[in-house]
Design a protein around this ligand. Structure first.
Ligand code: SF4
Ligand code: SF4
Length: 356
């Protein structure tokens, strides 16, 4: 996974790995032009309204609405309303799958992730023409905006990161190595998925399905955090008070491991923003193949950007992208999720949304 190679700044060759890290650990020594600080960047409105309706707040609201909306049962279980489930399910009939991770098996789920659906179709012996087609169109036009604004697991990580302002950012070389993991995981998932699919078509799947167990229908599902939260967790009894804590003893070991995995994702995100997206999500890696040169993206205004003295965009980027290493015109990174944190925090308003 290579990122852009041209650096617009004037660092000495070989200093690339150390210099950004030094800058990354502390705020840039510059005077913010518009008085922006980390946490309250320029909004989409000015004045008091801008304090409330800024880009960051808008994204949080959209993320929360999708988190609840994608799994209508969350609301239904709060209000006990079949009507609410019915209302949301109407959308499920007409919406395509989205490039996020969201299992359609979740009770009352109204949206499914493209990668989740693709796996199920392959393992049923069906080629996912429509799912792949819709996914590619969305990614080529909007990039990975759905990762930044819609995916429930991205939302969980973003909210877990919020209280902590001193994040840990690995050196670029280490980050690059970690990012390879999700590519390997994608290859592994597709290997099993295609193997099951071909055996279904040839009618030889019986022993293979038995051997793969929970990995047979969708190899990503047992360790897909969205599947664990929205599907697996609904299959087990949860304690409702101290007097029935004993139900935890009934949980199978596999579910305990899955719960621990979710806890690691949440707790780890406190220090490592979006670490699951950056290093482990095979779906995100696949989506990145089509989003790199999307019609919509992030660019920098060279007349405003001061890359030699400022690295705030990189400090706040949850995907730890070396934004300044890309040409001013576009950040052609497969990891950009269009969260616009860089734009919100840029003190000189140099970051712009670009359309090609
Ligand atoms: S990369 Fe993150 S936001 Fe994108 S699908 Fe994976 S978990 Fe969701
Ligand atoms: S480059 Fe900007 S828009 Fe893209 S992921 Fe980083 S902060 Fe978000």
């Amino acid at each position: 996974m290579t990122e852009g190679t041209e650096r617009p700044d004037r660092r000495e060759p070989g200093a690339e790995d150390e210099a950004p890290e030094k800058g990354r650990s502390e705020r840039p020594a510059m005077t913010p032009v518009e008085g922006a600080t980390e946490g309250d960047g320029p909004g989409i409105l000015s004045g008091p309204l801008g304090m409330v309706f800024n880009l960051r707040m808008l994204r949080r609201v959209v993320q929360l609405l999708f988190f609840l909306g994608i799994n209508a049962y969350v609301m239904a279980s709060w209000y006990g309303g079949d009507a609410i489930v019915g209302f949301w399910r109407q959308f499920g009939q007409v919406l395509p799958t989205l490039p996020i991770i969201a299992p359609l098996e979740a009770p009352a789920a109204v949206l499914a992730g493209s990668f989740d659906t693709m796996q199920r179709e392959f393992t049923s012996g069906v080629f996912p023409f429509f799912t792949l087609g819709a996914m590619i169109i969305i990614l080529v036009v909007l990039g990975r905006t759905a990762c930044g604004w819609v995916c429930p697991i991205g939302t969980v990580q973003d909210f877990a990161t919020l209280p902590n302002r001193s994040k840990i950012r690995p050196a670029p070389g280490t980050e690059k190595e970690f990012r390879r993991i999700k590519a390997y995981l994608f290859i592994m998932v597709m290997f099993f998925v295609l193997w099951v699919g071909v055996s279904k078509v040839t009618g030889t799947e019986e022993r293979l399905v038995e051997m793969l167990g929970p990995f047979a229908d969708a190899a990503f599902a047992p360790w897909n955090p969205a599947y664990i939260i929205f599907v697996e967790s609904t299959r087990h009894v949860w304690p409702t008070g101290i007097d029935n804590l004993w139900v935890l003893l009934q949980w199978p070991t596999v579910f305990w491991l899955q719960v621990v995995f979710i806890a690691v994702i949440v707790v780890g995100s406190f220090w490592f923003p979006r670490w699951f997206c950056r290093w482990l999500c095979p779906a995100g890696w696949f989506y990145g193949l089509f989003s790199k040169d999307a019609l919509i993206g992030i660019g920098r205004n060279p007349a405003r950007c001061t890359p030699d003295t400022c690295n705030l965009c990189e400090v706040v980027c949850p995907m730890n992208i070396q934004i300044r290493s890309f040409p001013y015109e576009r950040v052609h990174s497969p990891d950009c999720i269009m969260c616009l944190e860089c734009k919100s925090h840029c003190p000189t308003k140099a970051i712009q949304i670009r359309f090609i």
